[in-house]
Design a protein around this ligand. Structure first.
Ligand SMILES: NC(=O)c1ccc[n+]([C@@H]2O[C@H](COP(=O)([O-])OP(=O)(O)OC[C@H]3O[C@@H](n4cnc5c(N)ncnc54)[C@H](OP(=O)(O)O)[C@@H]3O)[C@@H](O)[C@H]2O)c1
Length: 267
């Protein structure tokens, strides 16, 4: 139990949510917003021990319960056991946020045996598939409603050179979102995706704030600003909450107007 509620999302109080990839960037922002809304959190990470410690400390300070679980999703055989452990922490889960991802940048002609391609598909698409299926199957078994939020990318809709693996994984996630929504709506599991544009995170902060990058990106983003991890957290809370109880199978583009222009800039 905890003291927090969010005025916009009061129904999220005490909801049990698994966030994958919570050790940095957008996952960290999601964790903070959901903690402020009073959720009980299972925070997943892979390798960033310091990052997940920071996320955990920041949400515990907000007075909620949270637990940490580690798993490398490139090893798909581990994913089901990971989910079973996550489900058991609070004796069930109300929501699954598939946020973990690898942002692979590689030229296809330099990835002949598809090493980067296969790893990207495993982490960004196959692991979310396994987690989603395990989650929906448990919800169905016990007759409980549930919500899945898949963190996709505008690269699923419009991309550029270097991103064959990443764009394929995100376009696949968008397609999977729609099919799972169709399959699972009848027993009360909603599935939606976020499609973010450019959000500076620890990994990209310095490069995105170089003068030439600011000129290029902020010139292309209609609102003239990068997104923040809190923007992404708020959109996640919205999709998890009853505010969107009639919404499923949607891909929510959240990019400051970047791809509406139709000229995704070259990297
Ligand atoms: N930032 C953006 O501009 C942007 C835009 C569109 C979409 N996205 C999407 O947002 C999500 C989060 O990205 P981010 O920008 O916040 O990047 P990030 O800070 O690099 O976070 C990536 C997260 O994924 C986890 N992860 C990476 N490889 C993994 C693996 N093999 N197994 C399990 N977990 C793994 C990382 O865990 P460890 O660090 O602990 O290994 C980390 O927690 C991704 O799905 C990304 O595609 C980001």
């Amino acid at each position: 139990m905890n003291k927090n509620t969010h005025p916009n999302f009061p129904d999220l109080k005490n909801k049990r949510i698994l966030i994958t990839g919570a050790s940095s960037g957008i996952g960290k922002g999601m964790a903070r917003v959901l903690a402020n809304a009073g959720c009980l959190l299972v925070l997943h990470y892979n390798s960033n021990n310091d990052g997940i410690k920071q996320t955990l400390e920041s949400v515990l300070k907000l007075g909620i319960e949270a637990e940490v679980l580690k798993c490398d999703f490139s090893n798909l055989e581990k994913v089901q056991d990971f989910f079973t452990n996550a489900w058991q922490i609070y004796d069930g889960l109300d929501g699954l946020v598939n946020n973990a991802g690898v942002i692979t940048k590689s030229l296809s002609l330099e990835d002949f045996i598809a090493t980067q391609f296969n790893k990207t598909l495993a982490v960004n698409l196959q692991a979310p598939y396994l987690l989603s299926v395990a989650f929906a199957s448990n919800c169905k078994k016990i007759g409980q409603k549930g919500v899945v939020v898949n963190n996709s990318s505008v690269h699923g809709q419009a991309s550029c050179e270097w991103f064959a693996a990443y764009a394929a994984s995100k376009a696949g996630l968008d397609a999977m979102t729609k099919v799972h929504a169709v399959e699972w709506g009848k027993f009360g599991v909603r599935v939606n995706a976020l499609s973010p544009g450019v959000v500076p995170v620890e990994r990209t902060f310095d490069i995105l704030h170089k003068p030439e990058m600011i000129e290029k990106w902020l010139g292309a983003i209609s609102v003239g600003k990068y997104g923040t991890v809190e923007d992404m957290g708020m959109a996640t809370a919205y999709l998890l909450s009853d505010a969107t109880k009639w919404m499923t199978g949607s891909i929510l583009t959240i990019d400051g107007g970047l791809i509406s222009r139709g000229n995704y800039p070259y990297r």
